[in-house]
Design a protein around this ligand. Structure first.
Ligand code: BJW
Length: 261
C-alpha cells in the first residue's frame, strides 16, 4: 500500500489506540476523499466553462428545469472525469481495513471510487453520478451516455425510451430528499457503534445537511469520532480527535499501523 508523497504523516497515539481497539468502524466520506484521485471537491468544482457559475446553483431541480442542456453538459463532463480517474491510496486503505475490522462506508460522494478500490459501500447518501433515470417518469436509464472530451456549454440529455422525458443523473440536488433507504442504513450503522468503536469523518466540510448531522449520531452512540481533513470544518467540534492531513496520506498510515498492531 503506497502513501502519497511528502513528509511522514503525524498520527497521534490516541488515534492509533482508538482504531486498534475498535471492533466496528464507520467511515463517513466526502469530496476530500476523492480529491487526490483528481476529482475536484464540490466547492472547488468550478473549472473551465463553469468558473463563472456557482455549483450550488447548478445542482438544483430549478437549474435543471430552467435549462436541461446546460446542467446536463456539466454532469456529462463529470461522468468523463470520474471514468478517467483511479481510486487513490486512501480508498484502497479503507477497503483493506475491512480485512481487519467490521467496516461500513457511508459516502456523500457520487463517484464509484470506493467500489473500484474494493469497498462495499453501505450508503451513497447523495446518490450516484452513474445511475441515470428519467426526470419525468423515474424509469432507470442504461443507454449510452455521450461524454464530451472537454467541457461544452450545452448538451442535450438523452431521451427516456418509456416517456420521451429528459434523462438526469441519479444524484441528490439541493432541496431534494435523500434516498431514504441509504440514509436509514447510514443512521443504523452509526447507532450500532458502541463505546470503543470508531467513526472516521473523512474529507467533508460538514456544511450540507442532513449528511452533516451524521457524525453527531456516532457521538450519541458513544463512539470515538476521528476527523481526517487538512482543514478545520463545521463538524470539527463534534470530533474527539483530528488528523490534519489528507485522506490518501493518513488512511494508509492508519491501516498499516493497525495491521502491525
Ligand atoms: C480533503 C482533501 C484531502 C480537501 N483529504 N480532505 C439547515 C438544516 C438542514 C438542511 C438545510 C439547512 N439549510 C439548508 C438546508 C438544505 C440543504 C443544505 O444543507 N444546504 C446547505 C448548503 C446549508 N440540504 C438539502 O437540500 C438536502 N436535502 C434536504 O435537506 O431535503 C429536505 C427534504 C425533505 C423532504 C422532501 C424534500 C426535501 C440535499 C443535499 C444534496 C447535496 N447534494 C450535493 C450535490 C450532489 C450532486 C453533484 O455533485 O453535483 O452533494 S451538494 C455537494 O455538497 C455534494 C456533496 O456530497 C455535498 C457535501 O460536500 P462535501 O463532500 O462536504 O465537500 P466539500 O467540497 O464541501 O468539502 C470538501 C472537504 O474536503 C473540505 O473540508 C476540505 O478541507 C477537504 N479536503 N482535500 C481530506 N485530500
Amino acid at each position: 500500500m503506497s502513501q502519497a508523497e511528502g513528509p511522514a504523516v503525524e498520527v497521534s497515539e490516541e488515534v492509533l489506540e482508538a482504531l486498534r481497539g475498535a471492533s466496528r468502524v464507520v467511515a463517513l466520506t466526502g469530496a476530500g476523499m476523492s480529491a487526490e484521485s483528481g476529482v475536484p471537491t464540490f466547492r472547488d468544482a468550478q473549472s473551465g466553462l463553469w468558473e463563472q457559475f456557482d455549483p450550488s446553483q447548478l445542482a438544483t431541480p430549478e437549474a435543471w428545469r430552467a435549462d436541461p442542456p446546460f446542467v446536463w453538459a456539466w454532469y456529462a463532463w463529470r461522468v468523463g472525469l470520474v471514468r478517467s480517474v483511479q481510486p487513490n491510496p486512501g480508498h484502497c486503505a479503507l477497503a483493506e481495513l475491512a480485512d481487519l475490522r467490521e467496516v461500513a462506508v457511508v459516502t456523500q460522494n457520487i463517484d464509484d471510487l470506493h467500489e473500484r478500490a474494493g469497498s462495499t459501500v453501505l450508503a451513497h447518501v447523495h446518490g450516484s453520478l452513474l445511475d441515470f433515470r428519467c426526470m419525468d417518469c423515474g424509469a432507470p436509464y442504461d443507454g449510452e451516455i455521450e461524454v464530451p472530451t472537454e467541457p461544452v456549454e450545452r448538451l442535450d440529455p438523452p431521451t427516456c425510451p418509456e416517456c420521451q422525458g429528459d434523462i438526469r443523473p441519479g444524484v441528490v440536488w439541493f432541496g431534494e430528499e435523500l434516498p431514504r433507504a441509504a440514509f436509514d442504513d447510514a443512521v443504523a450503522a452509526l447507532e450500532a457503534l458502541g463505546p470503543g468503536d470508531v467513526c472516521l469523518v473523512v474529507g467533508t466540510s460538514g456544511i450540507v445537511y442532513p449528511a452533516a448531522g451524521l457524525p453527531a449520531v456516532a457521538l450519541s452512540a458513544g463512539a470515538t469520532v476521528v476527523e481526517v481533513n487538512p482543514q478545520e470544518t463545521d463538524v470539527s467540534d463534534m470530533c474527539h480527535l483530528h488528523v490534519r492531513d489528507t485522506a490518501a496520506r493518513v488512511l494508509p498510515t492508519l491501516v498499516e499501523r493497525v495491521r502491525s498492531g
